[in-house]
Design a protein around this ligand. Structure first.
Ligand SMILES: Cc1cc2nc3c(=O)[nH]c(=O)nc-3n(C[C@H](O)[C@H](O)[C@H](O)COP(=O)(O)OP(=O)(O)OC[C@H]3O[C@@H](n4cnc5c(N)ncnc54)[C@H](O)[C@@H]3O)c2cc1C
Length: 318
C-alpha cells in the first residue's frame, strides 16, 4: 500500500542537499529543493512546520555553508548564515556551532502527500515483470495485465523487479515522543535531525549500511538519543526513561549518492524513479516530473546535463 515503505514516517524534513562544488550536482539539488517547496505549498495538509536550522558539524561545514550561501544557486533569502549565538537563540539551547537557517524548509507529513496524490490506488504486490508483445506483463495476485509503459517506484525493493538495479539498502529508524504543542521544539538538522510531527516530535535517524531489517530496536532508539544529545543535550536528558515510539524502514541509495530517474537501460517502455536515499522528499517532485516527461515523450524540466546525472544507465551509480 502507499506509505508501506520509507515514505510512511509521520514526519520528514524537506531540506536542500548542500553541495559546495557549486557545479551541476549543486544546480540539480537546488532545482529539486525549490520545486519541492513550490509543490508542497499546494498541499497545506502535508506541511507540519516551516523553517529548519542546519548546524555545522565541523569547521569545514561552516566554510561550506558560507560558500553556498554566498553563491547564486538559490534566490536571496533562501539560506541565511548564523553565528553560534544566533544559532543558539534559534535552536533553543546553547550551541558552539555555526548554523544555516533555511526559512522555507519544511517538516512534512509524507502520509498527507500520499493521501492527496494517491487517493484510491489499485494496490497489489507485483511478483514479476516480463517484456512481451505490446509492453510489459505484470503478474501479481490476480490476472496478469499488460501495460505499454511501466514506471518502477518500488523503493528498496527495486531489485525484485529490476535485478540489475544499482541500489544499496540502508536501514534507518526514527524515534518519536509526544509533546504538547507549545513545547514542540523547532526543526533542526546536524547529520541527525529533529522534526515536529502531529502531537510531538521525531528525531533520528540511524543509518545502517547493508542492513534491510525493519524491526524496531532499543539499540537504534539509544543511537538516536545520543545523536540528539550532541546538539540538544537538555532536551535529550529530559527524555531519559520516556517510552519512545518509532519506525524502521530501508532507504535505497546509490554509489554516487544520486537518484535513478529515467529510462531503465535496454528495456523499452520501462522507467524508474528510485535510489532516493535519505532525501526522497526533496528529490521526488522534480524527478517525478522528469520521469513522467520521459515516459510520455513530453518536455522534461531538466536540462540535458542535469538529466544525465540521474540517468539510470550512468556508470557512476554502480
Ligand atoms: C528512517 C528514515 C528517515 C527518513 N527521513 C527522511 C527525511 O527526513 N527527509 C527525506 O527527504 N527523506 C527521508 N528519508 C528517505 C525517504 O523516506 C525515501 O527517500 C523515500 O521515502 C523513498 O521513496 P520511494 O517511493 O522511492 O520508496 P518507498 O517509500 O519505500 O515506496 C516504495 C513502495 O513500493 C511498494 N512496493 C515495493 N515492491 C513492490 C512490488 N513488487 N509490487 C508492488 N509494490 C511494491 C512498497 O510497498 C512501497 O509502498 C528517510 C528514510 C528513512 C528510512
Amino acid at each position: 500500500a502507499p506509505g508501506a515503505g520509507a515514505s510512511g514516517n509521520p514526519a520528514g524534513l524537506v531540506t536542500p542537499r548542500l553541495d559546495a562544488g557549486l557545479g551541476p550536482v549543486a544546480r540539480l539539488a537546488a532545482q529539486a529543493y525549490l520545486r519541492a517547496l513550490d509543490i508542497y505549498a499546494g498541499l497545506p495538509g502535508a506541511v507540519i512546520s516551516r523553517g529548519v536550522l542546519q548546524l555545522a558539524a565541523t569547521d569545514r561545514d561552516a566554510g561550506r555553508f558560507a560558500r553556498i550561501a554566498a553563491s547564486d544557486l538559490f534566490p536571496e533569502g533562501t539560506l541565511r548564515l548564523l553565528d553560534p549565538a544566533a544559532a543558539s537563540a534559534r535552536l533553543g539551547e546553547v550551541t558552539d556551532r555555526a548554523g544555516l537557517d533555511q526559512p522555507g524548509a519544511l517538516s512534512l507529513d509524507p502520509r498527507g502527500i500520499l493521501e492527496a496524490w494517491c487517493r484510491a490506488p489499485s494496490a497489489a504486490r507485483i511478483q514479476s515483470l516480463e517484456p512481451t508483445d505490446g509492453g510489459w506483463r505484470l503478474s501479481g495476485p490476480s490476472e496478469p495485465q499488460i501495460f505499454r509503459t511501466v514506471i518502477l517506484a518500488t523503493g528498496a525493493d527495486l531489485r525484485h523487479l529490476w535485478p540489475a538495479a544499482p541500489i544499496l539498502p540502508v536501514r534507518g529508524q526514527v524515534s518519536w515522543v509526544a509533546a504538547p504543542d507549545p513545547e514542540t521544539p523547532r526543526a533542526a538538522g546536524w547529520g541527525g535531525y529533529l522534526a515536529p510531527m502531529a502531537g510531538g516530535f521525531l528525531f533520528g535517524a540511524t543509518f545502517r549500511r547493508g542492513e534491510a531489517s525493519t524491526d524496531l530496536t532499543d539499540e537504534d532508539h539509544r543511537a538516536n538519543l545520543e545523536s540528539l544529545a550532541k546538539v540538544r543535550p537538555a532536551l535529550a536528558a529530559s527524555l531519559a526513561g520516556v517510552a519512545l515510539g518509532g519506525r524502521a524502514r530501508v532507504r535505497a541509495t546509490t554509489r554516487d549518492h544520486l537518484p535513478l530517474a529515467g529510462a531503465v537501460p535496454e528495456a523499452p517502455g520501462l522507467f524508474v524513479l528510485g535510489g532516493l536515499g535519505s532525501r526522497g522528499l526533496t528529490w521526488a517532485p522534480l524527478l517525478g516530473e522528469h520521469v513522467a516527461a520521459r515516459a510520455t515523450g513530453g518536455p522534461s524540466p531538466l536540462p540535458g546535463d542535469l538529466a544525465a546525472l540521474v540517468d539510470p544507465a550512468r556508470r557512476s551509480a554502480t
